[in-house]
Design a protein around this ligand. Sequence first.
Ligand SMILES: NC(=O)c1ccc[n+]([C@@H]2O[C@H](COP(=O)([O-])OP(=O)(O)OC[C@H]3O[C@@H](n4cnc5c(N)ncnc54)[C@H](OP(=O)(O)O)[C@@H]3O)[C@@H](O)[C@H]2O)c1
Length: 312
Amino acid sequence: MSGNRTWSGPAVIGALAAVAGIFGWRYFRSATADHELLPRGRALITGASSGIGEAFARRLAADGFDLTLVARREDRLRALAVELSAAYGVSVDVLKADLARDEDIARVSKVIEGADDLSLLVNNAGFGTRGNFSEVPLSRHLDMIRVHDIASVALTWAALPGMIARGGGGIVNVSSVAAFFPSGGGVTYTATKAYLNNFSEALAAELHGTGVKVQALCPGFTYSEFHETPEYEGFDRGKIPDALWMPAEVVVAESLAALNGDRVIIVPGRQYKGIVLAINSPLRGTIRGAAGAVRRRWHQRRQDSMIDSPAS
Ligand SMILES: NC(=O)c1ccc[n+]([C@@H]2O[C@H](COP(=O)([O-])OP(=O)(O)OC[C@H]3O[C@@H](n4cnc5c(N)ncnc54)[C@H](OP(=O)(O)O)[C@@H]3O)[C@@H](O)[C@H]2O)c1
């Protein structure tokens, strides 16, 4: 066989046309696959007092959705409600609730069951912890399971009968790219997010044909208050490469644009799509091992610096 194989003109044009076609189709889909098919009505967003939840609230209010905002910091929710109803003329309710408490989950569920205009539920409330599993208080692990998983299951269960009866709606479960990296330093976090991914995929399959869409949104590092809680004291954003940080508004835009498509697991950002593709490749054992080693080294360095610190 000759090593000097040359491409003929028509072959090059055909290849270019194919590439242009793929990109054109993807552009067309992302430009048109908006949440237009989602019935306009009310969106209930948990964890709406900051970060990704607040970004959902701002975007959905601008799109004409009435809102119910849920979180513990009622003052924040009230200020947001006043701002959004004045700016967009939508009705915004505020519901103070601690989703780590069964009675508050039940109270929010009741509100959902009584909302005959609910078209979108965003299960977004969440938090992270730092440290190895046995160093983090058990109460924090159990709270995390309640906030991330038990609340999401209960609120989804409350929302579905009405959505199915009305012939449409959407459930967005805010998971994390961490769901793909079961590794030390965030054991319960990655496990609760992996649960959300599996839950969403199975539920979406079950709901096929009902008009109700389910999504597990898996962001990577996102600008929010997530890393500003006491547990993240000393966390240095600058140690994470800039390319890995995403604005909450971009995460929300990718989520809503994908809601009417067929994909359930949504990973915003090309960089994270690439990482998740790699992690699902045959090299996943090596990549997960390397990610685990980096994480362990960070954790060890943090512990060493705490021992060295005069404050400790
Ligand atoms: N930022 C990231 O890098 C990142 C990456 C991947 C996934 N995520 C996920 O994105 C979601 C939103 O986080 P974020 O980044 O926007 O962080 P954030 O700014 O800290 O927002 C977290 C929200 O959750 C609420 N929340 C926390 N605990 C709650 C509880 N017990 N009951 C009710 N509400 C509670 C908080 O409200 P109150 O404090 O007022 O209750 C706040 O509104 C989380 O599920 C998180 O796991 C974040």
